[in-house]
Ligand binder design. Structure first.
Ligand code: IMP
Ligand code: MG
Length: 188
C-alpha cells in the first residue's frame, strides 16, 4: 500500500523551525519558571522535541512528561472516544502545564487531556499545537499557541502518521494517491 503514496510538502523544515522559534518566544513570555510540558503521544513527539529545545533557547527550563492518548486507532476517521494508553508519572497538582499536540481538529483529544489535568489540580493548563484545522471543532476548545492553520486535508510527517507510516518525515506533507501529480516527492 505504501508504494502507492506520494507526499507533497505542505510545511517544510525551515518554515517549521522558524515557527517553533516564534512559538517558544511567545510561550516564554507568559509561562512560569516551573513549567511542565506534557506532550501527547504519539503524534506530537517530533514537534515536542523541537519545541522543547526552542523553549530552552528562549530561557525556559521546563520539565517534560508524556501522555499517550488514542482517538484515531490506525484510521483517518475519528472514533470520537479518547483512551489513556499511558499516563503521566508526575503529580500535576499546582503545576503550570503546557499540553503539546500535533493537530487540533475536533478538539476531543485536547479537551479530554485538559480536563484530566485540571481535575488533578493543575494550576493552569495551556495548549500548544503545531496545526489547527479550522471549522472541524466538535467541542469547545482553543489552543493558546498555534503553529500553522492547516487546510482540511489529511497530513502526515513530522510525527504524524497514516496507518503508522510517514512519522519519520522531517516536514509536514499531504498524502496523494497515485502518481499523476508532477510536483510530488517521496524522499526530498
Ligand atoms: P481531535 O481529537 O479530533 O482534535 O484529533 C486530534 C488528533 O487526531 C491529532 O492529535 C492527530 O493525532 C489526529 N489527526 C487529526 N487530523 C490528522 C491528520 O490530518 N493527520 C494525522 N493525524 C491527524
Ligand atoms: Mg494525536
Amino acid at each position: 500500500m505504501k508504494a502507492d503514496y506520494r507526499v507533497r510538502v505542505l510545511f517544510d523544515e525551515t518554515a517549521i523551525a522558524d515557527r517553533n522559534r516564534e512559538l517558544a518566544r511567545s510561550i516564554a513570555a507568559t509561562a512560569s519558571p516551573d513549567l511542565l510540558v506534557v506532550a501527547i503521544l504519539k503524534g506530537s513527539f517530533m514537534f515536542a522535541a523541537d519545541l522543547i529545545r526552542a523553549l530552552h533557547r528562549s530561557g525556559l527550563s521546563p520539565q517534560v512528561e508524556f501522555i499517550h492518548l488514542s482517538s484515531y486507532r490506525a484510521s483517518t476517521v475519528s472514533s470520537g472516544k479518547v483512551a489513556i494508553l499511558r499516563d503521566v508519572e508526575s503529580d500535576v497538582a499546582g503545576r503550570d502545564v503546557l499540553l503539546v499536540d500535533d493537530i487540533l481538529e475536533s478538539g476531543r483529544t485536547l479537551v479530554y487531556a485538559k480536563d484530566l489535568l485540571a481535575a488533578r489540580g493543575a494550576r493552569r493548563v495551556m495548549v500548544a499545537v503545531l496545526l489547527e484545522k479550522p471549522g472541524k471543532r466538535a467541542v469547545e476548545i482553543d489552543a493558546d499557541f498555534v503553529g500553522f492553520q492547516c487546510p482540511d486535508v489529511f497530513v502526515v510527517g513530522y510525527g504524524m502518521d497514516i496507518a503508522h507510516n510517514f512519522r519519520q518525515l522531517p516536514f509536514v506533507g499531504v498524502v496523494a494517491h497515485g502518481q499523476s501529480e508532477p510536483d510530488l516527492f517521496d524522499r526530498p
